[in-house]
Ligand binder design. Structure first.
Ligand SMILES: [Fe+2]
Ligand SMILES: [Fe+2]
Length: 240
């Protein structure tokens, strides 16, 4: 799946990939004051090579991801890890959910009559979507601010609160994992039938990308962040 599209605002491109600023500079695209404009506008106005620009951005994104993969997350403070999770995984989920929603609806309309499983795929995905949307809000607005506060001012009360919320959060991770498992079963590991079109393929590819991203995302939260704080599902409550 491509990360960058010409319909994106220039500022959005830089917020996804800070290193994009260097590439934009090279192409003489103004990403500060002109950040609200879609990329396509600058391309058209300056008669730029769209293909080249997009491929440069995609390559830089892959490179940044590769470098990120080498990061030792355990060396980050909890606040740093939270910022990393929100800046990469939450951003990804928020971008991809509406896209898959449209894709699953499209293939349901076109292929649903001959592939009835797509009704279940559509429903399961939308359950996952609603749950994840609430889940991200819970983390960003309740749990993560609590953890950040706890880092500076630990207290028994705050720990108790944090623990309760983290346990709830971890249960939600399990529920998401169950839906992903069922989706994989129904689609026979996301295999596209012979009469499936390009959109069918793209839908399954994007669902698979969401699955891979969620696995890494949940791993960072459950196994590094919550475990370090002693607030995981399987950990006994402690006193500070
Ligand atoms: Fe998260
Ligand atoms: Fe989470």
């Amino acid at each position: 799946m491509s990360i960058f599209h010409t319909t994106q605002r220039i500022g959005e491109v830089v917020s996804i990939l800070p290193q994009a600023s260097e590439i934009l500079k090279e192409f003489r695209i103004d990403f500060c004051c002109g950040g609200h404009r879609p990329l396509s506008e600058a391309i058209k106005e300056q008669d730029l090579d769209e293909k080249l620009l997009l491929s440069r951005l995609e390559n830089a994104y892959e490179e940044a991801k590769r470098l990120n993969d080498q990061v030792d997350y355990r060396e980050m403070t909890s606040s740093q890890l939270i910022d990393y999770i929100v800046g990469t995984h939450h951003v990804f989920v928020k971008r991809v959910l509406p896209e898959i929603s449209e894709l699953t609806a499209t293939i349901l309309r076109v292929h649903g009559p001959s592939h009835r499983d797509l009704f279940r795929v559509h429903k399961l995905f939308h359950t996952l979507k609603t749950e994840l949307e609430q889940h991200l809000i819970k983390e960003e607005e309740i749990l993560f601010p609590m953890i950040k506060l706890y880092e500076d001012e630990p207290s028994d009360d705050l720990y108790k609160n944090m623990k309760e919320t983290a346990v709830e959060t971890e249960e939600e991770h399990e529920a998401a994992g169950d839906i992903l498992k069922e989706l994989r079963e129904i689609t026979a590991d996301y295999s596209v039938p012979k009469d499936g079109c390009g959109t069918y393929r793209r839908t399954f590819e994007t669902l698979e990308e969401l699955e891979a991203d969620l696995f890494q995302h949940i791993h960072l939260e459950n196994n590094i962040l919550f475990q370090r704080l002693g607030v995981g599902l399987n950990e006994k409550q402690k006193t500070v």
